[in-house]
Design a protein around this ligand. Structure first.
Ligand SMILES: Nc1ncnc2c1ncn2[C@@H]1O[C@H](COP(=O)(O)OP(=O)(O)OP(=O)(O)O)[C@@H](O)[C@H]1O
Ligand SMILES: [Mg+2]
Length: 455
């Protein structure tokens, strides 16, 4: 079937010939534009998008060869077919060398022309699909930027860049939410395999019974549900990269099979006899201490030594607090794609910097997302951040500061505290009352009583 929107430019100085072509190709469902010389062709090419150009070689002013050059230099997506008289075959062959897709010698049949056009359309469709697949693979591999310039995180980036182009197996170890998956895709994108597939398997989320067939595939009838042959991820990844997430949770039953595969590059599909090969590079990640897992007998030592040829230790967010402001900015501006740009008040930023972040970057990201959606103003305030145990955490800080128990009257403490809260909220009394746990009326009374200045 003809793709309706294929746009073809025909440049030919013989009027009759042009109109005949136009008639024929329009009837076949293409979108046609006609020009009668090379100058018009170049002008037209600059004002309208085309998929294919049919160029006569001999034309007045600028000939077809020069139009071809213009297209190859400026409009690489257009495929060019040269239309040539018998005497110009030598030139036509040169045109092929300069990038023309095909040449047709006049007189050619309509069928011949149509076949060439269909071949081009097929090629262009494939190319587009390939680009789509590539884009999709990139998306799956995570297209997000990596933020971090603190010394602790720079170490991670430096080692990642150094080992990316090697073939080494890599283990990324770190607490939950520290960015292990992001670093894995960062390594992949900077590796020599960046144009090959990146496939990920979360070993914790797949039942033991299925993990082998996920990894290595199965033959038809290998088990009750195996109605057709299925390729496993090591096969699909080909000579790409396989990311084994949560490797610490992989079943002891699979561990020897995985070990054998890493050692030899060979595997069998479940229920199959043929020995297959795959040259996949393995990056794995875990939040478990695998040395401890080995000691406990839950993880094979020989597998660990195969996986951790190079180990990357992810710092916790607490160990790289310098990165918090830029991470917040990144989440607010780039990642959340909110219609209204929101910002963090200095007081809110201070709260974030003081917090310990047990859930690391993921917790920060979630908190910023929630605050950005829920905050009424464009400036996010401390009370918009639903920090767990926020007040008790602060109280703990206060206690540690030694200020609690100083010899001051309670009313002075109360006055200073109310002043501080009001200031941090730009004197928003309703919010201040909420945070102080008193009614708005009581707050007004206290403002008067202590003669607190609020505009
Ligand atoms: N340095 C960073 N820059 C930008 N975003 C980051 C960074 N580190 C982590 N993130 C974001 O934080 C979230 C958690 O990261 P990721 O999934 O890579 O962590 P993880 O260590 O694999 O976590 P888990 O152990 O829970 O699987 C993701 O949305 C990721 O994009
Ligand atoms: Mg992860």
């Amino acid at each position: 079937m003809v793709k309706q929107s294929t746009r073809i430019l025909i440049a030919d100085d013989e009027e009759e010939f042009r109109f005949m072509l136009k008639y024929f190709l329009e009837t076949a469902g293409y979108d046609i534009d006609l020009v009668s010389d090379g100058v018009q062709a170049i002008n037209m090419l600059q004002t309208k998008a085309f998929d294919i150009a049919l160029l006569d070689i001999k034309m007045p002013k600028v000939n077809g060869v020069d139009v071809l050059k213009f297209i190859k230099e400026n409009l690489q997506n257009i495929d060019v077919v040269m239309l040539t008289g018998v005497g110009d075959i030598r030139i036509a062959i040169d045109c092929m060398k300069s990038g023309a897709y095909e040449f047709l010698t006049k007189p050619y049949s309509a069928t011949e022309l149509h076949r060439t056009i269909k071949k081009i359309i097929e090629k262009q469709t494939l190319l587009r699909e390939n680009q789509l697949i590539k884009a999709e693979l990139l998306r799956i591999a995570g297209s997000t930027e990596i933020i971090g310039s603190s010394p602790n995180f720079k170490k991670v980036l430096d080692i990642s860049l150094k080992i990316a182009p090697t073939e080494s197996t890599i283990l990324i170890q770190g607490a939950s939410g520290t960015g292990k998956e992001l670093v894995a895709s960062f390594i992949y994108k900077n590796s020599d395999r960046a144009d090959k597939p990146f496939v990920a398997l979360n070993c914790a989320s797949i039942p033991d019974t299925l993990i082998e067939s996920e990894l290595f595939g199965h033959e038809r009838g290998a088990f009750t549900d195996a109605r057709s042959m299925k390729q496993g991820l090591v096969e699909l990844a080909g000579n790409g990269t396989l990311f084994l997430d949560e490797i610490g949770d992989i079943s002891p039953l699979i561990q020897p099979k995985l070990l054998r595969f890493i050692q030899s590059g060979e595997f069998r599909r479940v229920g199959g006899n043929a020995v297959l090969k795959s040259d996949v590079r393995i990056i794995s990640a875990t939040n478990k201490d695998l040395v401890e897992e080995v000691k406990q007998g839950r993880f094979r030592e020989d597998l660990l030594y195969r996986l951790n040829v190079i180990t990357i230790e992810m710092p916790t967010l607490k160990e790289r607090k310098e990165d918090i402001p830029r991470l917040v900015e990144f989440f607010l501006t780039k990642k959340l794609k909110m219609k209204v740009r929101k910002q963090l008040s200095p007081a809110a930023m201070e709260v974030l910097i003081k917090y310990d972040w047990p859930g690391n970057v993921r917790e920060l990201e979630n908190m910023i997302e929630r605050a950005a959606i829920l905050s009424r103003d464009d400036l996010i305030q401390p009370y918009d951040l639903s920090l767990p145990l926020r007040s008790s955490n602060l109280l703990q800080n206060l206690e540690q500061s030694g200020l609690i128990g100083s010899h001051v009257p309670i009313k002075d403490v109360e006055k200073t505290h109310i002043e501080g809260v009001l200031k941090s909220l730009q004197n928003n009394k309703a919010e201040a009352a909420k945070i102080l746990g008193i009614s708005l009326k009581t707050l007004y009374t206290k403002i008067q009583q202590y003669q607190i200045k609020v505009e």
